[in-house]
Design a protein around this ligand. Sequence first.
Ligand code: PMV
Length: 324
Amino acid sequence: MTTAIAHVNIALVKYWGKADPRINAPAVGSLSLTLSNLWTRTTVNFRKSLKTDRFYLNNKQVAPHERDRLTNFMDEVRRRSAIDCFCEIHSINSFPTAAGLASSASGYAALATAAMHAAGRHLPPDELSSLARLGSGSAARSIHGGFAELPAGSRGQAAGAVQIADEHFWPLAVLVAITDGSPKTVSSRDAMAMTQRHSPYYTAWVDSSAQDLDTMRAAVLRRDFDAVGALAEHSALKMHGLMMSTRPELLFWNPGTVAVVREVIRIRQKGIGAYFTIDAGPQVKVLCRPHDRALVAEHLLALPEIRDLTMCAPGPSAQIVEEC
Ligand code: PMV
């Protein structure tokens, strides 16, 4: 029995679109920051007596469509290790599941880490990341602490993410504003496929991604807060513009999302360094410097649309926390 913890990450340059859906090869490269305080804790127990894999999330059996995805993932774990029996998996999320808070990122990173360890194979982080990618593209980045980059892939070819700086490299604060904790109605997977097929801007998105990635990597490595923040906002808005231009439209925002975005722009105009990013859901993540955290939190908590605010710092790599 092995237990691992992995943290969620926010993409500063977004991954959206697949070059090869069968292996989750991303069509564009992405760069992320792993967050403290938002994590998945997963225990894997392989047992000869089991006739099938069993999955529990927050103490409940997972829905059938999610079970199939998890079974495929565990089949891949069995292929890559010497183990040939089924297992029982218990996961706990420290935050609302499937609400655009990257639960699949921390979920598959924790599962890949715990499962390979329980199966007796100790993979180096790049290989573990490549395995986690098969569960969810963004999970490849949650294997690493701090800043991670997942390169674009192509048909039949994709790598794992690499760490470009660890969690101690640059103290930053990320405030995660929950505007609606209920599960989203369209998965990232389905939403990406729709966008690729139906947005007239998809090619422009792919064509501009390599430049965004190079600019972001350089800005992170020289700890240029305003350059990182401005490009993170741009990448998020470009991705949401792409979703909105899809037919039928993909609109993850709610009035609370807009209220937070407007407040961040307003306080920035008053001289407070804050930038937002949004994933495939209505929550907003606000990036600021640690000494501005309390002030930014005060402004956000004054908005009636905010349900909850979690303060995060750069988070650590996925790791084994218990084995017996
Ligand atoms: O890893 P997935 O399939 O859940 O897709 C993640 C997509 C975004 O969170 C919107 C962007 C990203 O790069 O994390």
